[in-house]
Design a protein around this ligand. Structure first.
Ligand SMILES: *Cc1c(COP(=O)(O)O)cnc(C)c1O
Length: 382
């Protein structure tokens, strides 16, 4: 088993580079590799494992559902699918949206949720342009890639839909790019892949104002920030109202599920035949998401508090920290080296760039579990 890197290279396409570890099992915020070594997971499968590994509520919901009815196609609905869509209405209602005006299209991933949002933007204003932010990330499928900024991952796949304008993340930037041809403006409330960079409040507010003025949709990509990650159900809703919100990562505790949530008119532009995919809204994934939401409901305050505690600890030992709740970017020099050292010491983190360590741990993690990480970081500074 210890030749996993060689076996991997010989059997899988080389999209991700060599795997760092071969993982075997997990519990709470910890994972164990195939050699029995334990790691504290501060990345959570890239902000996905929000309930921690093998949460009993999730395990039980999924096991029961797969043993009862695993898949149906979208010619039919199921109780978990309906309940999840209604639960999402409840969450948006609690965040200040008109719950009965909320409609969900389920997807299998974050990129797919954004594909749906892009298609809705086309229906909203046929032939219209889309504005996206520099440094923004929205996924790797061709449509989602067309609004993803990083040239190194986008350019090899051109031509892409060519109706996208990238602008700096500033009020002037988006104001200059806006006109009556714009169908939608896309942004993440915190740019996760860019290194956990919060979009300033005034940019979100200006996007709302411009979208209203020019009859465009404000589409907020909360694939990484949504569903309790920042200590709130939605990261944006204390600042601004969106027309569409996309969700994925933290929604399913590891089951592939995304959601494109439309409010008002934006939730009603798809009609029968407009869009679809075989697995979407599948009963196993929607059961996993329902159990996830049940668990997270009791954790919102915990996430906010634990995130604040961790930020203060890290700032106290001299780090600059960005982000909110348990989505944090720590400024370091030579991030890859730091991450390699942390892995040796039993901590999984990731490095969206050479200046940032990103933390997006399971939301069940406690300050006590995080203390050894703070100690190691103090040594890293020294
Ligand atoms: C991860 C991510 C995506 C893509 O989601 P996938 O499930 O990997 O397709 C889109 N937007 C944001 C903000 C993300 O962090």
């Amino acid at each position: 088993m210890n030749n996993f890197k060689e076996r991997y290279a010989n059997a899988l396409m080389n999209t991700f580079g060599p795997p760092q570890l071969m993982l075997e099992r997990g519990e709470g915020a910890y994972v164990w590799d195939a050699e029995g070594r334990r790691y504290l997971d501060l990345l959570g499968g890239i902000a996905v494992n929000s309930t921690g590994y093998c949460h009993p509520r999730v395990v039980s919901a999924v096991s029961q559902q797969i043993a009862t009815l695993g898949h149906t196609s979208n010619f039919f609905t199921t109780a978990p699918q309906l309940e999840l869509a209604e639960r999402i209405q409840g969450i948006f209602g609690a965040e200040g949206y008109p719950a009965d005006e909320v409609r969900t299209y389920f997807a299998n991933s974050g990129a797919e949720a954004n594909e749906a949002a892009l298609k809705i933007a086309r229906l909203h204003k046929p032939g219209g342009r889309v504005i996206a932010l520099e440094k923004g990330f929205h996924g790797r499928t061709l449509g989602a890639l067309s609004i993803t900024h990083k040239p190194a991952i986008r350019e090899p796949y051109e031509p892409l839909p060519n109706n996208v304008t990238f602008t700096p993340c500033s009020v002037e930037g988006i104001t200059e790019a806006f006109d009556a041809d714009v169908a939608a403006i896309f942004m993440e409330p915190i740019q996760g892949e860019a290194g956990v960079r919060p979009v300033p409040r005034e940019v979100l507010l200006a996007a709302r104002k411009l979208a209203d003025e020019f009859d465009a949709l404000l589409i907020l990509d909360e694939v990484q920030t949504g569903i309790a990650r920042t200590g709130r159900w939605l990261c944006h809703s204390d600042t601004v109202r969106a027309d569409i919100v996309t969700l994925a990562k933290g929604l399913g505790s590891g089951f592939p599920i995304g959601a494109c949530v439309g409010i008002g008119k934006a939730g009603k532009l798809f009609t029968p035949g407009s869009h679809g995919s075989t697995y979407v809204g599948n009963p196993v994934c929607t059961s996993a998401a329902l159990a996830t939401l049940e668990v997270l409901e009791g954790l919102l305050e915990h996430v906010a508090q634990t995130g604040e505690w961790l930020r203060h600890q890290l700032e106290g030992i001299g780090f600059a920290v960005r982000g909110r709740g348990l989505l944090l970017g720590i400024e370091v020099k030579e991030a890859k080296k730091v991450a390699a050292k942390l892995l040796e010491e039993g901590f999984i983190v990731n490095t969206p760039n050479e200046e940032t360590i990103r933390l997006a741990p399971p939301l069940v993690i406690t300050a006590r579990e995080l203390e050894p990480f703070v100690e190691v970081m103090a040594r890293v500074v020294a």
